[in-house]
Ligand binder design. Structure first.
Ligand SMILES: Cc1cc2nc3c(=O)[nH]c(=O)nc-3n(C[C@H](O)[C@H](O)[C@H](O)COP(=O)(O)O)c2cc1C
Length: 305
């Protein structure tokens, strides 16, 4: 036993450690469970769920880029009913905190999804995706509009007693303004960032490599941008932050926590190393030992500017 306490709190949500698996990169948990021990992970964020099933965008939906990848999956998911029937049973057994990510194309749909899913004991919190860059209906149309983000937050807040985390878009000029609004509408936390809008061309066909033309850029290429967004929120708004964007190892996770994140989510790295979460948790323990602290939470927002 190391004696290091990795517990953190996101509002009222207690996590056994600050390492979460990001929405859209581990399905509903079952897809990754044969490659890693999910019971050691701080939490699992589900793929975005919408009220009805979605097929998503036509292929090509993913392309590798330098230091990252572009995706335009378009929120393909099984929908609320199938999620409850075939995915929740697995998530009930997993000894990890389950956060349900919700996407929608109208305010009413966000509310309805939350209202139905709040009945599920396995779900401990909601992450509301107002920032998907890859769908025409909803997504960034909401995420770029402060009053829409405020309305969604307030309405979802009214539909559940469980913690509400709003996942913010980096594709805005001042992300902290959005964090302020969601705080005032009752959100418990924000997660930042979703992907950055990007594209790539095939120089011979002169066509975009992604059928949707643009996709969301993720992976190590976006880490400095994500860190700056987390720091901006941390300096301007008193709200718990979950840091996301290009985390590949424990050093990256530590950087996000120093910049203000109370926890982190791992996305693209899961495709490279599905056991990265556990390696990062071990690294965090060693870091605490090296700098001689007993509790990881001491490093949250410990930046020296
Ligand atoms: C293939 C793929 C699918 C994603 N799907 C979702 C999604 O359904 N909902 C969501 O909120 N974010 C989704 N994301 C965004 C990630 O959760 C994360 O915010 C982003 O990838 C940045 O983190 P990373 O650089 O560690 O990957 C997706 C990302 C990828 C790469």
């Amino acid at each position: 036993m190391s004696g290091i306490n990795l517990k953190v709190k996101i509002g009222s949500l207690e996590l056994k450690n600050p390492v979460l698996l990001a929405s859209g990169t581990v399905g509903y948990g079952n897809e990754i469970s044969q490659f890693t021990d999910l019971s050691k992970i701080g939490g699992i964020v589900t793929k975005s769920i919408s009220l009805k099933p979605r097929k998503g965008n036509p292929p090509q939906r993913i392309v590798e880029t330098h230091g990252g990848m572009l995706n335009a999956i378009g929120l393909a998911n099984v929908g609320v009913e199938e999620f409850i029937n075939s995915k929740i049973p697995f998530l009930k057994e997993v000894n990890s905190t389950v956060i349900c990510n919700i996407a929608a194309s109208s305010v009413e749909e966000y509310v309805e999804c939350t209202r139905i899913l709040t009945e599920e004991d396995a779900i401990k919190a909601f992450e509301i995706n107002v920032s998907c860059p890859n769908v025409k209906d909803g997504g960034l149309e909401f995420g770029h509009n402060p009053s829409a983000v405020g309305t969604i937050t307030g309405r979802v807040r009214g539909a559940t007693n469980k913690p509400v985390i709003i996942k913010l878009s980096p594709n805005v000029s001042r992300i902290s303004d959005f964090a302020k609004i969601v705080k005032s509408e009752g959100a418990d936390a924000v997660s930042a960032i979703n992907t950055l809008v990007g594209t790539a061309f095939n120089i011979w066909t002169k066509k975009p490599k992604i059928k949707n033309i643009t996709g969301g850029l993720s992976g190590p290429a976006i880490k400095p941008v994500a860190l700056a967004k987390v720091l901006e929120i941390s300096r301007n708004v008193d709200i718990p932050i979950i840091g996301i964007g290009g985390i590949m190892n424990w050093q990256d996770a530590v950087e996000f926590m120093i910049a203000g994140a109370a926890a982190v989510e791992l996305g693209t790295v899961n495709f490279v190393n599905p056991n990265a979460g556990i390696e990062i948790i071990n690294g965090l323990t060693e870091y605490c030992e090296k700098i001689n602290i007993k509790e990881i939470k001491e490093i949250i927002a410990s930046y020296q500017l």
